[in-house]
Design a protein around this ligand. Structure first.
Ligand SMILES: [Zn+2]
Length: 345
């Protein structure tokens, strides 16, 4: 039975017929994972925590930086100064906002090796990533495990979103079978991004999440929505008949190419002037020992989550899963070389 506090806290949502008491109960029993705790993910986390979701998993590989603050509404200047991992800061924020939510922040890279474990057991996946490779990976894993997910992407003053329910609606590859080639689309690196555009797309994603998790799938918008809040374009593309074509490698042939091929080892990070290098094998680094080994070669700081190492124009942030973000380089091969030199392949 719910306490009086439950009805008081959520009284305005329970009054709202789109959710009501039964929806609020279902939401409290639900689990979602937010993949990426950047601009979109910050809105997802804040909205779902305040709305009263039962359990929330937040996965992100980055640390908070001052350049995030104009659009990533979970974070403060203190988080950026501290250089705290976003997943840790987001978990802390949720606990402060709504202590009823069982929240866990996971500082980890999402790749072919990790995704099924990271989304296992949830009722819904929210896409808050900034790259196609991870979205195609989410699409494969969600179809394989039968978990709905909500696609969202933003750049400049606009973006797009779609809700995928495996077996019931078209998936990402039903619409875009071939992943866009690197460099073929604008990114936040080349075109920038504005918070109101993020908030529109992320809020629609969060609304779709609440509809699904509160037991009202008939309220889903059922299309591919595209918005540009600077150019004032609002488009809904209907998806009737798309799934029925029967030619999707994921939906119809159950070929999960992105799960079966390991991701890139080195990838340029959006908007960062940096490259991330990942290990193809699941490993755990002993951070204190690594910091000791690096100390003769440059400036080193270490905490429970990461080692930060500076030498010349290069700054390397090395996480316990052996992942490394290297600032000061943009060439993946040069980054792999630095990784091999300082961390060890
Ligand atoms: Zn499909």
């Amino acid at each position: 039975m719910e306490s009086d506090g439950f009805f008081e806290r959520y009284s305005r949502q329970i009054l709202f017929s789109g959710i009501a008491a039964e929806g609020q109960r279902q939401l409290r029993a639900a689990t979602a994972v937010v993949i990426g705790a950047g601009a979109l993910g910050a809105v997802h986390v804040e909205t779902l925590a305040r709305a009263g979701i039962g359990r929330l998993r937040i996965v992100d590989r980055d640390v908070v930086e001052v350049t995030n603050l104009h659009r990533q509404i979970l974070y403060t200047e203190a988080d950026a100064i501290e250089g705290i991992p976003k997943a840790v800061a987001a978990e802390r924020r949720v606990k402060a906002v709504n202590s009823d939510v069982e929240v866990i922040g996971i500082v980890e890279d999402v790749n072919a090796l990790s995704i099924e474990r990271l989304i296992d057991g949830v009722d819904l996946v929210l896409d808050a990533t900034d790259n196609f490779e991870t979205r195609y990976l989410i699409n494969d894993a969600s179809a394989k495990l039968g978990i709905p997910w909500v696609y969202g992407a933003v750049v400049g003053g606009g973006g797009a979103t779609m809700t995928v329910r495996p077996g019931l609606t078209p998936c990402l590859r039903c619409l875009f079978e071939v992943m866009p080639a690197p460099g073929s689309a604008p990114t936040c690196d080349t075109a920038g991004v504005a918070l109101p555009a993020v908030a529109v797309i992320a809020s629609i994603q969060a609304a779709e999440a609440i509809k699904l998790l509160s037991g009202r799938p008939e309220l889903l918008h059922g299309g591919l929505l595209q918005f540009d809040v600077w150019e004032n374009r609002w488009v809904r593309i209907g998806l009737d008949g798309v799934l029925e074509r029967g030619d999707c490698p994921v939906c119809h042939r159950r070929q999960f190419e992105f799960l079966e091929t390991p991701g890139q080892h080195a990838t340029t990070l959006c908007g960062r002037g940096a490259v991330q290098v990942t290990s193809s094998r699941p490993v755990r680094l002993e951070l204190t020992g690594l910091a000791d080994r690096l100390r003769p070669s440059g400036d080193v700081s270490v905490n429970a989550h990461l080692v930060r190492f500076r030498t010349g124009e290069i700054e390397m942030t090395i996480f316990a899963d052996a992942r490394c973000i290297i600032k000061g380089v943009t060439d993946p091969a040069a980054a792999r070389s630095l990784y091999a030199r300082f961390v060890g392949a």
